[in-house]
Write a protein that binds this ligand. Structure first.
Ligand code: PLP
Length: 395
């Protein structure tokens, strides 16, 4: 592995401080490095591989599509995209779909749709967007402009204009930013990168009401918390509200790079039209074959039921750790998206766990994030807790 890591550090742009392993293959909830060492994976490529690695039906569906047709262009129809759109509409209750290559690209599209909606309504190109502090929406310019982490934005200013920030779960702070020009409010239903902060039911319904009153579009970023992770296909479905625009990615393709932004018919009929937006690869037959199969397997394998069963157990076991160790100060999250909050940096603990065959990741410097494949069992949780506890003993 050393040789490959050295070569990587000479060739790849160093935009990540990578863990010192080269991953080679996966099976179920386990990953293996080049030396054959086995790891229990509680990261799943950051909330991506919901179905577990090396799922045969998923692999077979992709192989079949490879032998048929990988790519056309969005100037032609293709059956996998039509089927994937039908299935994602069914599970989301949204009306219109645009497939992208990534989460950030889905956020870009969502912002463009909101700006266009405002432009058609008012005749003015001055729409303002309210985003949340500590949010994360991606690294491209539009997505970065609504990402509430000044550290990520600073060197790349100026961002796109007319973006204001408020605090999640503080409705007054949102109201204080609303003007006649406000065209959209964007937030993650459960903040991921920013530290695993779920939006409360009250906050979401207050925003929904505000948006209805003022014809502002509510954009929910479900890229990390969506796709069954919280025990609902999309996290907002727990709360009896519905966004006007929604983004999804990460687990949508379970390893194939694909995302989407979706909207209601109201937004669809009053925003982007032919010529306004496009993508070469987005929604190609290969990516959409993955989406279609993922959504089939979610149903067939009762993925959400498994989340509902295992997540309370994970919460309970994490709460036990919190009670046991003074330096763990909080546990928060929703479903199989959990964060353990420490009073100190967690990088040493994560490195120790890696040595012992457990893959974990942080969300901010002092939070260990747990976003395992959604097929994990209670036994996997027990195994994880045992390794993690052995790492905590030496802190
Ligand atoms: C990961 C993530 C993104 C960006 O997705 P990419 O595919 O990395 O561009 C956007 N929003 C949220 C909430 C995310 O977790």
């Amino acid at each position: 592995m050393k040789k490959y890591i050295q070569e990587a550090e000479e060739a790849l742009l160093h935009t990540y401080n990578r863990y010192q392993i080269v991953l080679d293959r996966g099976d179920g909830v386990y990953l293996y490095d080049l030396d054959g060492k086995k790891y229990l994976d509680f990261v799943s490529g950051i909330a991506v591989f919901a179905l577990g690695y090396n799922n045969k039906e998923y692999n077979d569906a992709l192989k079949a599509q490879i032998d048929k047709l990988l790519h056309t262009s969005n100037y032609y129809y293709n059956v996998p995209a039509i089927e994937a759109a039908r299935k994602i509409k069914e599970v989301s209750g949204m009306d219109r779909v645009f497939f992208t290559n990534s989460g950030a690209e889905a956020v870009e599209g969502a912002l463009k749709a909101a700006r266009k909606y405002h432009y058609l309504k008012t005749g003015k190109a001055d729409g303002e967007i309210i985003a949340m502090n500590h949010s994360f929406h991606g690294r491209t310019f539009g997505a970065l402009s609504v990402t509430g982490n000044p550290h990520y934005r600073e060197a790349f200013e100026p961002m796109i204009g007319n973006v204001k920030f408020a605090d999640i779960n503080d409705f007054d702070s949102v109201k204080a930013q609303v003007t006649e020009k406000t065209c959209a409010i964007i937030l993650e239903t459960v903040q991921g990168e920013g530290g695993i902060f779920p939006a409360t039911e009250d906050f979401l319904s207050d925003i929904r009401k505000l948006c209805d009153e003022k014809d502002i579009l509510m954009i929910l970023d479900e890229i990390q918390c969506g796709m069954g992770r919280t025990g609902y296909m999309y996290a907002w479905q727990k709360y009896g509200i519905k966004p006007d625009i929604m983004t999804t990615a990460k687990a949508l393709g379970c390893g194939v790079p694909v995302g989407a932004f979706l909207m209601t018919e109201k937004v669809g009929a009053n925003s982007l039209v032919a010529g306004d937006h496009g993508t070469t690869y987005g929604g190609n037959p290969f990516a959409c074959a993955a989406v279609g199969k993922v959504l089939d397997l979610f149903k067939q394998d009762n993925i959400i039921e498994n989340v509902k069963e295992v997540a309370p157990y994970l919460e309970k076991r994490l709460d036990e750790l919190k009670d046991e160790y003074d330096f763990i100060i909080d546990r928060r999250g929703a479903g199989l998206m959990q964060g353990l909050v420490f009073d100190r940096p967690v990088s040493e603990i994560i490195n120790k766990a890696l040595d012992k065959g457990l893959i974990l990741i942080n969300a901010g410097a002092q939070i260990i994030r747990f976003v395992p494949p959604l097929i994990i069992t209670k036994e996997n949780v027990d195994d994880m807790i045992e390794i993690l506890r052995s790492c905590l003993e030496s802190v």
